[in-house]
Design a protein around this ligand. Sequence first.
Ligand code: GLU
Length: 434
Amino acid sequence: MTTVTSDLKKSAKKVPVRGMMDNVMEQFNSAADHINLHPNIRKILSITNNEILVNFPVKMDNGEVEIFTGYRVQHNNALGPYKGGLRYHPTVDLDAARALAMWMTWKTSLAGLPYGGGKGGIKIDPKKYSESELERITRRFTFALADNIGPEHDIPAPDVNTNSQTMAWIADTYMSTRPPAERTANQHVVTGKPDASGGLEGRDRATGYGVYLTIKFWAEKTNVSLNGKKFIVQGFGNVGYWASYFLEKDGAKLVAVQDASGSIENQNGIGVDELFAHCQNNSGRIADFAGSKTVDGNKFFAIDCDICIPAALGNQITKENAPDIKAKLIAEGANGPTNVEGEKILLDRGITIIPDILCNSGGVVGSYFEWLQNRNGEIWQLDEVMVKLDKKMKESFNKVYDYSKTQKVDMRTAAFCIAIQRIEKAYIQRGIFP
Ligand code: GLU
């Protein structure tokens, strides 16, 4: 068996995660050039507003104290409170948080939400800690962040290796440390909570459903039928699973999957629900799935398919593997999965990329619905959520697609231009204090 200690880690090592900031800045600058962005606004958007780094102690199960480092970077709030996830991963550092926060600014702006962009997390491998340790780490991190987060100021959400349980701990800790009369009114300090704790029905599938929708919209625009199309997915977490689930319902065939435990392939099709059930009994890992063969992780992106969905970490598609990619469409479920060099090769080869800030924006749109629901004291039904999500994703997709056609630019440049112009307008209207 290929032990991909892993396939994901190997690729991450080749291109340091530090490169994410270079990527987002190159993407930003090329769009800024295209729209001739005002130089003062370019200066403002090139830097982050606030960068919070906290070191905090936590008592482990064995009684010893360990020190953890957590981050929250707030890039820009011209359009509204900072919004973005918290990830628990060894690659989390200031540079990664900066890049990911910037992507959130473009993502929320493009989606037409009243939010800015932030991101953060803890430099940690959560697999090494027990559930009760993770709870104490999360609660102490929340306490350390203190008033740097807040329901009308900075609203975290799940990201890599964090989930609704993590959000419930954050909400509870934040609310417990408010003055008594303010406690319950602060539930929307985080989104992505479990349903009984103010969570939104359907928030779990919102990102993956959005990924699927953007693929479906692209297929409709280009007169392609998804029936029988083969797709591969890197990362079988929340995003990878739900995107696969909806694609399979439309007749597309999952033929290969990669996660930190290995890479598997079956050109006759991998049953999405079978693989999901296998993961449930296998600590979330795809390795050893009976209905497939194990393949070389380094050649994962070269597997024969029509659609490729990177839904794990950043910097996975690079100049090393881009020339071998067989897919005609890349749908970026992850943030920053394609670096600038890799992207150039793909575009030269005529491969379409649905960029992350559009493709995976269903998650933050779902978060916005949850925030509104909490703020207004409402409880929304699943069918209502899905219809609203569909409408929002379609609007964003059409805006980006049409811009890319009329301006003759790729979809990422189009998405960035639209996002930046909305923020530029806000600055022009308001001016710079004082
Ligand atoms: N972490 C997700 C993202 O990268 C969701 C962010 C949110 O809902 O605030 O878009």
